[in-house]
Design a protein around this ligand. Structure first.
Ligand SMILES: NC(=O)c1ccc[n+]([C@@H]2O[C@H](COP(=O)([O-])OP(=O)(O)OC[C@H]3O[C@@H](n4cnc5c(N)ncnc54)[C@H](OP(=O)(O)O)[C@@H]3O)[C@@H](O)[C@H]2O)c1
Length: 239
């Protein structure tokens, strides 16, 4: 691990999409660093982490997101870190996507991040500063065939967080887009791919991504990461 995590002990973090994949890996790393947790997913999984609060939360519903943030603050007293990670993908030609898939990607990936920011940021500001980490994607800065709506959702997410960075820097809130390439999770196996899809070969692990999130969170507060892209060695940097 690059960068000591001692500075995180006693902090409180909210992680959405925490029940598996990247969110679960980030939550476990934060818990190891002594961070108290509020975890959001529809299944409400607390990952067995001591003290974690995990009310079932669908990030498409602003009232549920408000309730998740309120539960984390009620349990732990304050909020310092947000990892807006919940996300879904469906691959394939744009004209073959059905309206439900289209709406789900925009609602979870884009509107879910807006609702999370809206509910959580006042607490970071009240705490005198903090970190808002958005788990975006290389698809938030590069276009890919078969990912038009996913691209739209992730470009929107990246743009939103870049604007927040400008708005909130002077209040001590660092807003950071973390943009991985392929990560071997359930997501990567998602709609439109099968186990022998060439895209799946040599992908990064969820722990690799958690390492980068922890790197961002442990930088000295005199600097901030804004939009960080990274890929497995097996992937080119096309797009
Ligand atoms: N895997 C990749 O190749 C890759 C690459 C770049 C970026 N990303 C991004 O990384 C993030 C995490 O992806 P992942 O690979 O870890 O995916 P994953 O393994 O499929 O996990 C997705 C997580 O999001 C939660 N979730 C889904 N819909 C939700 C909703 N409506 N409300 C609340 N939680 C919801 C799921 O929990 P429940 O089902 O319990 O709700 C789960 O915990 C996403 O934003 C994704 O776009 C992934």
């Amino acid at each position: 691990m690059t960068g000591a995590t001692e500075g995180l002990t006693g902090k409180v973090a909210l992680v959405t999409g925490a029940s598996r994949g990247i969110g679960a890996a980030v939550a476990r790393r934060l818990a190891e660093a002594g961070v108290a947790l509020g975890l959001g997913s529809r299944s409400g999984d607390d990952l067995g982490l001591a003290g974690a609060v995990a009310p079932p939360t669908d990030v498409r519903d602003p009232a549920q997101v408000d309730a998740l943030v309120a539960a984390a603050v009620a349990a732990h007293g304050h909020l310092d870190i947000v990892v807006a990670n919940a996300g879904v993908g469906a691959y394939g030609p744009f004209l073959e996507l059905d309206p439900e898939q289209l709406e789900r990607m925009i609602d979870v990936n884009l509107k879910g991040v807006l609702y999370t920011a809206r509910a959580a940021l006042p607490h970071l500001i009240e705490a005198g500063g903090g970190d808002f980490v958005s788990l975006a994607s290389v698809a938030g800065v590069n276009a890919f065939p078969g990912e038009a709506v996913y691209n739209a959702s992730k470009f929107g997410q990246v743009g939103f967080v870049r604007s927040l960075d400008i708005e909130l820097r002077e209040q001590g809130v660092r807003c950071s887009n973390i943009c991985p390439g392929g990560v071997a999770t359930d997501f990567a196996m998602g709609t439109g791919r099968s186990e022998d899809s060439p895209e799946l070969e040599g992908m990064m692990s969820a722990d690799d991504v958690a390492e980068v999130v922890m790197f961002a969170l442990t930088r000295p507060r005199s600097l901030r990461l804004m939009t960080t892209t990274f890929r497995p060695m097996s992937e080119g940097s096309w797009g």
